[in-house]
Design a protein around this ligand. Sequence first.
Ligand code: SF4
Length: 305
Amino acid sequence: MIRIPFLRAMSAARDSTSARPAVVVGGWYTGHVAAIPSSTEEQNVTTSSDVQDVKIAEPLVSEVFYTIQGEGPSTGRPALFIRLGGCNLHCKWCDTPYTWVYNERNAERHHAGVMYDPQEELRRVSGQNLVRRILREFPIEGLVVISGGEPMLQQEAIARIVAELRSQPWYGNVEIETAGTILPSHEILNRKIHWNVSPKLSHSGNELELRYNRPALQVLAEDHANFKFVVRHDTIDNRDADLAEISAIVSDIGIPKSKTWIMPLGTSPVEVLQGGEALVESVMERKWNLTLRTHTLLWGNERGH
Ligand code: SF4
């Protein structure tokens, strides 16, 4: 077992993370409630005429925040996150239940058992406004991450937003974080998007027919995609069962080793670090990649990061 003592010391210090107030960074708000641009803000935005004329579908948004990408190959890059609402799955350990736990049935499926109010959590935000603000306030070679929930439930709106960005002098990257259960349209595949696909395993609590869409995964694998799998590490049996399930998926879809990422299950710094320790050797043996959750190490499970 490889030991990482300084990380363990850090995890102990971080485990009692306290809530912080929302702050404004470069005009973007961090913190989930203030994060959603209000209609007043939309009216106040100064626009360029070329953007103003374009009609863009209005996505249903949970939060918009500026942070760093905490997972996968872009780890550490400053990123604007646009978290869309709604999900077609019901992972029992989901760390963003406020995007989909809106009825009693889903509350029973999620480990916390808490039901959220979509009137409080979600808002229609002008896609046009999102594009304007990215162009105005975000670096021309920045990173925009569209996450969820399951953002591919709104792929038409995403495709139009990205099309508009691509028609502007903005040369940043767009990453979409998806569970890979929804077949991407030709329109969105033409947008030079990087996919962070996270197929869900049996421990998520989702039925196989709901969580495993082979044609969709194959289409994504042929595009610019990395695949990230959440793995349990509480027992050796659970860890090995999850790694075996991943091997079967990787083989079935034909995912290259270089694009296979393993991430420990956990929503606290201690869990993530212990998971990293428990998984690193298995990952190295298979020539896969290990990703921790940098935002969790830094901010715990706070919203807006
Ligand atoms: S797919 Fe993602 S957002 Fe949906 S329930 Fe699972 S972890 Fe949560």
